[in-house]
Every structure is written in structure tokens, then in C-alpha cells.
Ligand binder design. Structure first.
Ligand code: SF4
Length: 446
């Protein structure tokens, strides 16, 4: 009906009804009211709105976990409609690791929520594909499963017979295969054929392997929940709000528990903006900042002296002449010739540092084949290592002037890395450096 044919009564009746309906939905605006004045005929609800309403319906909800990005293995509810993933949401059902820490939820992030895009994206490989162009040229041809498995098996046999099975490496890549039961079949294949299997951690550097060889554990640290109980947390050279999303919440929960969360990064990153404090040294000057903190900690005596004496190399003796460690082999012939030395303040003589040297670590004398445990403990057993001083040690050759690692560290810090000297290097104000160095004081009598 043309607008010109509507009488005044009909117009106001229709416009009033439409406006009332819009108001009830709280979607009214001046533009909408203007449209209702000219709309024809009156709006009927239950049509286009249902498109939106049906978006939030599904056939069933299944469980899934996400680990494609940061290996957090976050648990998700996956909503399935007509056989496809319609949407996803985090599950909030993680428990606690201990009674005095928060639970592990929430885990998951916006990347996990979009996981279905990986399943349905064009980039997903659904069939065996064989490269038919040059490497990097992007030319691929679809082949049958039979052709794919035959060609791979042929290649495998060629290498195994020509060069031996240990010429082939079975690498787990990012270890994503470990999440599936099929990994057992792959490992069995690798074991039964004699392939070389690199240590899983080999793909992420030597830290876990080094920790295992040194300490007997590959992961000697506490879990992320322990952050909650810390007095101070330094987030240094890391940005967990972006790179460790499922565990970053412990940092913010710890702040409610009084923890001082300090981020040290040149940029005001996603973690820095939520931290208690942010130090922004110029890129590449972190060491100078760390040394300035050490200077403050030593100057203020914020040190657990018993820990330092037993668990660190700070009491070890160093030659004044060349800065090299004095070894037990320099002082006395014996099995522990590569061990380090300390000055026992109680007996006023040189002693071997317990737990040092290859033999004490279960490795036998230098050059010998590794020995099994037991390893020698670091326990001092009554020795009182001096941390500062200068001594002349008698050796079979010549007297040697020595001091300690601690004394040299302290002298270096005082000479070159006071917070004021560091400020010229890092750009971080000396007051801020001192404040962070003092933020979790440990004061134990010397
Ligand atoms: S935090 Fe995000 S990216 Fe990491 S595993 Fe969980 S969902 Fe995936």
C-alpha cells in the first residue's frame, strides 16, 4: 500500500505497534523510529531473528582438547550441529594442584576457540599429496593411499638396506603425535626396525637434558600454581600473557595474594601491562641490570648465606694470577683431581668442595667411562666455607694466591655495576633497580 493512501489513524496504529515492539527489545534508535514511521506493513517477529537464534542451537556437545599452538592441552566443549563443529568453548572444570593454590582454570584462549578453522580450512591436507614441482614451487599432485605407502616403504627399505636402519631418524617433531594412542604404534615401529629416536627434548634445546644430567630430573622446577605462593615473581625475557596463556592466570591471581609481579622487557607487552611493576632496559642490556641487582643484594646483605655456601659455586677458590679455579688436583694428588676447592674458615685450610668433580657426580675420574650412581651430596658436613678473603695455598709446585668467586663477583659489581653505573647502560633508573632487587628480601644472619 503506498504511504500516501494510509490515513492518519492507520499510520499511528502501525507506527505505535512497531515502536512498542522495538522498545521491548531495547533496540530502538532514532533511525529505527524514523523507519517505523514509513515502514509498510508492520514488522512480524520470528523471521530474520530466528537466524540469529538458531545459531545458538546444536545437536550434541562433545569433549575436545587443544594443543595446536602452545601445547597447553586445554579442555574444550565442542558443539556439533549437522555433523560439523559449530562452535567451541572452554571447560571450567580444572581442579587444584594443592589446597593452598588456586585451581588450574580457566585454560584455553581465542586460538583454541578457533580450532575448528584448522579442521575445515582450505590449508588442511586431506589426501596423500606428492610434490611434482621444485621444492618450494607449491606444485602438488593427489595420489592414492596405496601409492603413498608403497613409495614411503620403498624409500625406507632402500635406506635401511644400503646404509642401515640407524641412518633413519624417527623424530616426533613438536610431539603432537604423543597426544594420540597411535603414537604407541609409531614407537613400536621405530623400536622394532632399529631407527634412531632422538631424545624428545632434543627439539627444544638442551636445558631439560642438561638438567637431567646434572640433577637427575628433567623438570626440577615447581609447577605454575606455585607462583601464587611467591613473594616476588620476575618475568624476565618472557611474555606469558601471550606465550603461556593457559597458566598466565596464576600471575594475576598471585597479585591478589600480595605477590609483587615484575616484568622486565624493553616493550610494554601484554604481561607488562598487568604486572605490579615494569622495568624496561634497553634491548641487549639485561646483564648490566642483573649485575646491578646483584650489587644491591650483596650490599644490603639480602642473602641466604647458608644456601650460598652449600648450593652455589660462590665459595670456590680462584687463582688471583689468571682467574682460573683452583682444583683439588693442584693441591693434592687423588681421585678427585678435577674437583673444586674451598677455604674452611673453621680449620683454616683448603678442603675439597663436596659434590664437585666428575667422580663425585657419579662419573669417575676425568676421561673415564661414566659410572652409575651414587652421587656425592653437596652437604658441607661441618665445613664452613669462607666467602671472602685472600689466602696463599701451598701446592706441590709453587704457592698460589687465591680468593673466592664471591669476592671477585662483589668487586666486579662495586667497580662496574652499581645501579647508578648500570643506569647509563640500561636506561633503568637506579631507584627502580634497587626497588626490584629489594622486593623479596631474604635476610639470614651471616
Ligand atoms: S592456551 Fe590456547 S593455544 Fe594454548 S593449548 Fe590452550 S587453547 Fe591452545
Amino acid at each position: 500500500m503506498p504511504a500516501s493512501t494510509i490515513d492518519r489513524r492507520t499510520f499511528f496504529t502501525r507506527a505505535g505497534a512497531a515502536a512498542a515492539a522495538l522498545l521491548s527489545l531495547k533496540y530502538i534508535s532514532s533511525e529505527a523510529l524514523a523507519q517505523t514511521a514509513t515502514a509498510e506493513p508492520a514488522l512480524v517477529y520470528g523471521q530474520w531473528e530466528d537466524v540469529m537464534r538458531r545459531k545458538w542451537t546444536w545437536d550434541r556437545v562433545v569433549r575436545g582438547s587443544r594443543g595446536i599452538n602452545c601445547a597447553g592441552h586445554c579442555a574444550f566443549n565442542v558443539y556439533v550441529k549437522n555433523g560439523i563443529v559449530w562452535r567451541e568453548e572452554q571447560q571450567g572444570e580444572y581442579g587444584k594442584a594443592a589446597d593452598d593454590t588456586p585451581d588450574w582454570g580457566p585454560r584455553g584462549c581465542q586460538k583454541g576457540v578457533r580450532h575448528a578453522k584448522h579442521m575445515y580450512g582450505k590449508q588442511r591436507v586431506l589426501y596423500p599429496m606428492k610434490r611434482v614441482g621444485e621444492r618450494g614451487e607449491g606444485k602438488w599432485q593427489r595420489i592414492s593411499w596405496e601409492q603413498a605407502t608403497s613409495e614411503i616403504a620403498d624409500k625406507f627399505l632402500d635406506h635401511a638396506t644400503q646404509s642401515g636402519p640407524d641412518s633413519i631418524t624417527f623424530a616426533t617433531g613438536t610431539a603432537m603425535v604423543m597426544k594420540r594412542a597411535s603414537f604407541a604404534a609409531l614407537f613400536r615401529f621405530a623400536n622394532s626396525t632399529g631407527l634412531v629416536m632422538p631424545e624428545t627434548f632434543a627439539g627444544v634445546g638442551d636445558l631439560p637434558v642438561g638438567a637431567y644430567m646434572t640433577l637427575g630430573h628433567s623438570l626440577p622446577g615447581d609447577n605454575h600454581a606455585a607462583i601464587y605462593k611467591s613473594k616476588c615473581v620476575l618475568v624476565w625475557a618472557a611474555n606469558p600473557a601471550a606465550t603461556r596463556i593457559p597458566d598466565a592466570h596464576f600471575l594475576w591471581e598471585a597479585k591478589y595474594n600480595g605477590t609483587d609481579v615484575v616484568t622486565i622487557a624493553p616493550d610494554f607487552n601484554a604481561t607488562a601491562m598487568h604486572s605490579s611493576r615494569w622495568l624496561n632496559p634497553k634491548p641487549g642490556t639485561d646483564t648490566a641490570l642483573a649485575m646491578a641487582m646483584v650489587q644491591t643484594i650483596i650490599a644490603d646483605g639480602l642473602i641466604d648465606w647458608a644456601y650460598v655456601r652449600e648450593q652455589t659455586d660462590l665459595p670456590f677458590l680462584v687463582r688471583e694470577s689468571n682467574g682460573k679455579f683452583l682444583t683439588w688436583g693442584d693441591v693434592a694428588a687423588g681421585e678427585h683431581s678435577d674437583a673444586y676447592c674451598m677455604w674452611d674458615a673453621k680449620s683454616q685450610r683448603v678442603v675439597r668442595a663436596p659434590g664437585s668433580g666428575a667422580k663425585a657426580m657419579g662419573g669417575g675420574p676425568p676421561g673415564a667411562a661414566p659410572q652409575p650412581m651414587p652421587r656425592e651430596s653437596l652437604a658441607l658436613n661441618g665445613v664452613e666455607p669462607a666467602l671472602e678473603g685472600r689466602w696463599t695455598v701451598t701446592t706441590p709446585k709453587v704457592p698460589v694466591e687465591v680468593t673466592t668467586v664471591f669476592a671477585k663477583l662483589k668487586a666486579l659489581c662495586d667497580e662496574r655495576y652499581t645501579p647508578e653505573l648500570s643506569q647509563a647502560i640500561t636506561g633503568v633508573h637506579a631507584d627502580n633497580t634497587r626497588a626490584v632487587a629489594r622486593s623479596s628480601p631474604v635476610r639470614v644472619p651471616a
